[in-house]
Design a binder for this molecule. Structure first.
Ligand code: ADP
Ligand code: ZN
Ligand code: ZN
Length: 756
């Protein structure tokens, strides 16, 4: 038996060594187990046993590990390798991976043993019913039933129900879930007392119909070709296959067919979707085919639900389909054979705000290959990184460029805002062309979606005489006017203030809302079309999952005519009656300073456009812009992904941006801007000693103060062909000595590998 255990704690700390108690207590401790450990004077944490060994560390007192929390390890060998890969690649600690990867209830903590125990997860149990042993023999039971039939007809009825119960719905022990029995509790307890049945409390399991065959949609020849391509690339040993399929081409049907294959042979599948697109709609579509095999997993579920799911999967025999957001990557899917990443270009796959700052798509690929499985990436507008990998032959690649069935791609109209203004053909935020299209759609009983990528009423208010604007005291941004809440709000820190009635600088009362967000669009469109039913979908209106589903549901059932919204309306919905889609202001998509802005603008507008005319009606997409000649607008109008990719990739190549390099971004944060500046310059100097011209900065990010802290950035650009892992090692060394210097100790440094 090993005497020591290295333990990962849910903290930004290295692993710590604990002793394994001798005798029964320490018996059977395994790598991957969750154990209670005392850490610091008063805290008890859940830790993961990472390594068992006999090397006594050079410290005086070594605390023993406490009890094991679950009957089997929470992590298997492959999950542990995944965590290690993440900690190394994304430059964080295993503890930070643990904090993010495991649902909070699964890893209790407390300041005393009692508090720790209180926090512990108790699985939901349920009653299961079976015939008592003496009555399992059918003949004996029949005789008995006949004997008591006259005296106790209700009893007989219930016993017959139990005896004839559908075998497919029994649990693994051959028992009937109580909730599926039609009887009341007094009837059941009478049977139990009379010795006819036994009732056991057990953890809830889901019924599995073993020999189920899945009926997936019949694929079109074009779709079948894609499936064949994917098989070929699996056979050729390519770990990843990229599918570029336009909106409405039936990517989901292709996934279904791949999923059915894997489930039928007992493998697990993970279907990743961007959080926001994880709607009841998609889950239902999957459940219609895969029934109880489907498990949804995302951040909106309670920690209890997520914990139950995690622990249930630990015992699974395979054949699971998890539909989830990026956090589903950390579930124990021991029979994983296929990971599908839908809308793989979506930015929300990257966690940027806290460590580990990981890219879910890339992590998915690593995960699948650890299990010897395959990854399928799907998108109408693949990320250039993925597309380049396909072009370079690293990934398999297929295209699906026709819509399913009668549906035709929408007609795209570019509407020049400046020209409309000159001709007097613009009312508030709408060019006449768009208004006409909306009016006609309303007359035909068809629906409209209007996209504006800003929430709130207007992004700032301004004094019309001196130009004063109201800014956040903690962040370097203007406050957004939210009219329905009647207040000003900071979109970075949540600070709120009353709406100013007069300018504090010159006392002018003429303080005007400037620019426009979804709230203002909603108001303006309702004024222009007073009989139309208008709704809005953005973060402010969808504060809960039910609010979100209500808005979507009412649009889907035709109770809403016009839906105004942010990015939220662009993802994955399949509405049949949308014939008009309006992009209200393409300019603010085109003009962001990021090197990815063209790619992003193209992806976003193409996604929005894809919502139009999905079935029988021909759709029209109207893009309002003051830059009709911008190449991005042209690519969107022609649906020319390849031209976009060619042009952008040439630019990226010229400036050595991804996919021709990897970016390591350092964000330095500190209250004192002078100290921050000095620190950033000092760090930049040291980095230049090691990395030379690969270092860029320091530069202030577009928003250089958030929550009272100033920000400065440094960037390392590691060109393809030179070692990223060597770069990480050097960076670690530089940071270690930098932090050791007292004058810059207060500067917080966040590392973002493959920053987006
Ligand atoms: P995508 O995910 O590529 O945007 P979907 O999978 O949502 O496309 O398909 C668009 C529509 O066409 C959906 O309503 C879907 O049910 C239908 N569809 C696509 N392929 C088939 C098929 N092979 N059989 C039946 N319906 C299909
Ligand atoms: Zn003023
Ligand atoms: Zn703020």
């Amino acid at each position: 038996m090993s005497r020591f255990a290295d333990i990962v704690l849910p903290l930004a700390q290295p692993t710590y060594c604990f002793s394994v108690p001798e005798g029964a207590e320490g018996e059977g401790v395994r790598v991957g187990d969750a154990v209670a450990v005392q850490f610091g004077p008063r805290n008890i944490y859940t830790g993961i046993v990472w390594r068992l060994h006999d090397e006594r560390p050079a410290v005086k007192r070594i605390k023993p590990i406490g009890r094991r929390l679950y009957d089997r390890p929470l992590l298997d060998e492959k999950q542990m390798r995944l965590w290690e890969w993440m900690a190394d690649y994304y430059m964080c600690t295993l503890g930070e991976v643990m904090r993010m990867a495991l649902p909070s209830l699964i890893k209790p903590q407390g300041t005393s043993a009692e508090e720790f125990s209180e926090e512990m997860f108790h699985p939901r149990t349920e009653a299961y019913v079976a015939l008592a042993e003496a009555w399992q023999d059918g003949e004996a039971l029949q005789v008995e039933l006949d004997r008591i039939r006259r005296r106790a007809p209700r009893r007989v009825e219930l016993l017959e129900q139990i005896a004839a119960f559908d075998k497919a719905k029994l649990n693994a022990a051959g028992e009937i879930p109580r909730r599926l029995l039609e009887c009341d509790s007094s009837q059941l307890s009478a049977l139990r007392k009379a010795g006819y049945v036994v009732v056991n409390q057990r953890e809830r399991t889901i019924e599995r119909n073993e020999n189920i065959s899945f009926i997936t949609p019949l694929l079109t020849p074009a779709q079948q070709r894609v499936v064949a391509d994917i098989h070929t690339s699996q056979r050729e040993g390519k770990a990843v296959h990229l599918l570029r399929g336009i909106t409405g081409s039936g990517k989901t049907e292709i996934y279904m067919s791949l999923i059915a294959e894997v489930l039928a042979r007992g493998g697990d599948v993970l279907l990743l979707v961007p959080e926001i697109a994880l709607t009841a709609q998609l889950i239902e579509r999957m459940e219609r085919i895969f029934g109880s095999r489907v498990t949804a997993y995302h951040s909106k579920l309670t920690s209890l639900r997520r914990t139950e799911t995690y622990l249930r999967l630990l015992h699974s025999e395979g054949g699971e389909l998890v539909v989830g957001a990026r956090s589903a990557l950390f579930l124990p899917l021991r029979h994983l054979q296929l990971v599908v990443v839908d809308e793989e270009h979506d930015q929300s796959y990257k966690q940027s705000d806290t460590a580990p700052r990981y890219q879910g798509r890339d992590t998915a690929i690593v995960l699948a290959s650890l299990y010897g499985g395959h990854t399928v990436l799907g998108s109408a507008t693949p990320a250039l990184e993925s597309y380049a990998n396909a072009q370079w032959g690293k990934y398999g690649y297929s295209e699906l460029l026709e819509r399913y069935g009668e549906a035709t791609p929408p007609r795209i109209i570019i509407s020049d805002t400046m020209r409309s203004v000159k001709r007097g053909e613009r009312r508030t935020h709408f060019n006449q062309v768009l208004l006409n299209a909306i009016g006609e759609a309303l007359e035909r009983g068809e629906q409209t979606m209007l996209f504006q990528n800003r929430r709130g009423f207007s992004p700032f208010v301004q004094c019309s005489s001196c130009g004063w604007t109201l800014r956040c005291p903690h962040c370097n941004v203007t406050l957004t006017l939210h009219r329905s809440a009647d207040r000003m709000e900071c979109h970075y820190c949540g600070y709120t203030a009353p709406v100013p009635r007069a300018c504090p600088q010159c006392n002018t009362v003429d303080v005007k809302p400037m620019g426009f967000g979804t709230e203002k669009v909603e108001e303006a469109i309702a004024e222009l079309f007073p009989t139309a039913r208008v709704a809005r979908l953005d973060r402010d209106t969808s504060t809960s999952e039910s609010a979100y589903n209500r808005i979507i549901g009412s649009f889907q059932s035709g109770q809403t005519d016009i839906l105004v919204g942010t990015q939220m309306i662009t993802k994955g919905f399949d509405f049949g009656k949308v014939s008009v889609v309006g992009v209200l202001n393409a300019d603010n998509l085109l003009n962001s300073p990021d090197f990815r802005s063209s790619e992003r603008a193209f992806q976003l507008m193409t996604q929005v456009a894809g919502r139009a005319g999905r079935r029988d009606s021909e759709g029209v997409v109207i893009i309002q812009t003051s830059e009709p000649d911008n190449p991005v607008i042209g690519w969107v109008a022609r649906g020319d992904y390849e031209a976009m990719a060619r042009c952008e990739l040439a630019d990226r190549h010229a400036f050595c941006y991804p996919p021709y390099s990897r970016l390591l971004q350092l964000t330095l944060r500190e209250e004192n801007p002078t100290l921050l500046r000095q620190g950033a310059l000092a760090l930049a100097d040291r980095l230049r000693e090691k990395f030379g011209r690969r270092v860029a900065g320091p530069v202030a990010p577009p928003i250089d103060k958030i929550r009272g802290q100033y920000l400065v950035r440094l960037m390392l650009k590691i060109e393809n062909g030179s070692s990223l892992s060597r770069a990480r090692t050097l960076l670690r060394e530089v940071l270690a000595t930098f932090h050791a210097e007292s004058e810059f100790k207060t500067i917080n440094i966040a590392i973002d590998v493959d920053a987006q």
